[in-house]
Design a protein around this ligand. Structure first.
Ligand SMILES: NC(=O)c1ccc[n+]([C@@H]2O[C@H](COP(=O)([O-])OP(=O)(O)OC[C@H]3O[C@@H](n4cnc5c(N)ncnc54)[C@H](OP(=O)(O)O)[C@@H]3O)[C@@H](O)[C@H]2O)c1
Length: 413
């Protein structure tokens, strides 16, 4: 049985957590709490929701959410990371809380930062506000910005970590945690295929394999990443615009960097023949990722055709697969993946499935590679757990916009 936080905080109907929910992996609540009020898990879910709302707007900084509870346990402030140069989530939540933060609890999705970057350390802001307890989900793996928990404890603030840690690490922080730990952007390969694995018809046409709902979801996905990458083959075949559009055709507020990979020119007059499109004349996925890393890109959506996708899979540079499978058959035409470096069944690129769901008429399989990290054993769904930094895989103070200073770790996985 969980103990609620102190104070009579009404359960928020928009908050899907159950006040009696025992799912909090940290396992308990403030021992001084009376029997009513929001749970730590409930407060963390509100912080998580705040971070979801800013996902895609903060790179190279992490999308963090924060909730401040007053000494009686009532929610008095909510914040999320502002675009680079703006305040961190904790600071915004503290500002909203004002003097009511004194003696209260800050619930944050990521360990508060302890270093001076473009903004002062959040640990200082929390201490100055008189917060008595800080609860966070995921430890900051960054060697410079991390360590906030120790600083807070040294200043007499009670600290709890790991509340909803796996859930938060798999959410909006996933790409950022990956980038900090590996020194590379996180790559999601999105594909649309028929049930017989074809990504285009025999004559090369591929619009539209999947239905309207799947296409709308892909546009929303685009709006949440930093860069969309295709090969010249897709450009020449489809002349895509790669913009993030709503179902009414209007553009999402935020459009990610559009990237073309390959030696051939983009013909003039094509949608991607535009000055803001980055054309990388290479065939090396690591060169692509290094160039994007230099530009502060954390989260990449790979929408290339089978050849570029094959190159990324062969190089083990795909971190997530989103396969939209249409209940349709083509029988001929290119496969969704071409030459992925698998010549024998022993080398099959196995995936583990995180989620399967229907999207309109189609089915989405959300999966990640089963692989070893630096030979340290198979990566797990919860591999982005606090403190599990890949040895030697880091080096860039991502939180303050200096992603480009990082050292790419090549050939490790
Ligand atoms: N169903 C889907 O999800 C989906 C998504 C995208 C595209 N498509 C379809 O896929 C077809 C195009 O296939 P595609 O394979 O040509 O497209 P692609 O993978 O986007 O582009 C292939 C080109 O990328 C360049 N490239 C960069 N790095 C490479 C590497 N390491 N190895 C090989 N090539 C590399 C090469 O161009 P250079 O010769 O210029 O170097 C190559 O010809 C179209 O019919 C399109 O409609 C389907």
């Amino acid at each position: 049985m969980t103990r609620p936080l102190r104070g009579a905080v009404p359960h928020d109907p928009a908050d899907d957590s159950d006040p009696a929910d025992d799912s909090d992996p940290a396992g308990d609540r403030d021992p001084a709490a009376p029997a009513t009020g929001v749970t730590l898990a409930g407060a963390m879910r509100r912080a998580l929701a705040a971070s979801v709302a800013v996902h895609g707007t903060t790179s190279p900084n992490p999308p963090v959410g924060a909730v401040v509870l007053d000494a009686a346990g009532a929610v008095v402030g909510v914040g999320a990371t502002a675009p680079p140069g703006g305040p961190h989530a904790e600071v915004t939540a503290l500002r909203e809380a004002g003097p009511r933060a004194r003696g209260g609890t800050a619930v944050v999705t990521l360990e508060p930062c302890a270093h001076h970057g473009r903004t002062p350390p959040c640990t200082e802001a929390l201490a100055a506000a008189g917060v008595a307890t800080v609860v966070f989900a995921v430890r900051d793996p960054h060697p410079t910005a991390g360590g906030g928990a120790a600083v807070l404890r040294a200043g007499g603030v009670a600290v709890r970590e790991g509340v909803l840690g796996d859930e938060v690490a798999r959410g909006p922080l996933r790409a950022w945690l990956h980038a900090v730990r590996t020194g590379r952007p996180h790559v999601t390969w999105k594909l649309a295929a028929t049930l017989d694995g074809r990504s285009a018809a025999a004559d090369g046409t591929s619009r539209w394999i999947t239905g309207a709902d799947a296409r709308a979801e892909v546009h929303a996905l685009r709006a949440g990443v930093d860069a969309i990458v295709v090969g010249t083959g897709t450009v020449l075949a489809d002349d895509p615009s790669l913009t993030a559009r709503r179902s009414d055709g209007s553009l999402h507020e935020r459009s990610p960097l559009r990237v073309v990979v390959g030696h051939r020119d983009v013909p003039s007059g094509f949608a991607l023949d535009a000055p803001d499109v980055l054309h990388l004349r290479t065939r090396d996925p690591d060169v692509v990722l290094a160039a994007l890393h230099d530009r502060g890109v954390v989260d990449v959506l790979l929408e290339g055709g089978p050849r570029l996708a094959g190159a990324f899979v062969a190089a083990r540079r795909v971190d997530r697969v989103l396969a939209y499978l249409a209940p349709a058959l083509l029988g001929a035409g290119p496969a969704a993946l071409h030459e992925a470096g698998v010549g024998t069944i022993a080398d099959i690129a196995r995936l583990q499935v995180d989620d399967v769901r229907r999207v309109g008429v189609d089915v989405l399989v959300d999966a990640r590679p089963e692989r070893t990290v630096n030979g340290a054993g198979p990566a797990r769904a919860g591999s982005a757990t606090p403190g599990s930094a890949v040895p030697g895989g880091d080096g860039s103070p991502l939180r303050e916009g200096t992603l480009h200073e990082g050292t790419l770790r090549k050939g490790a996985v």
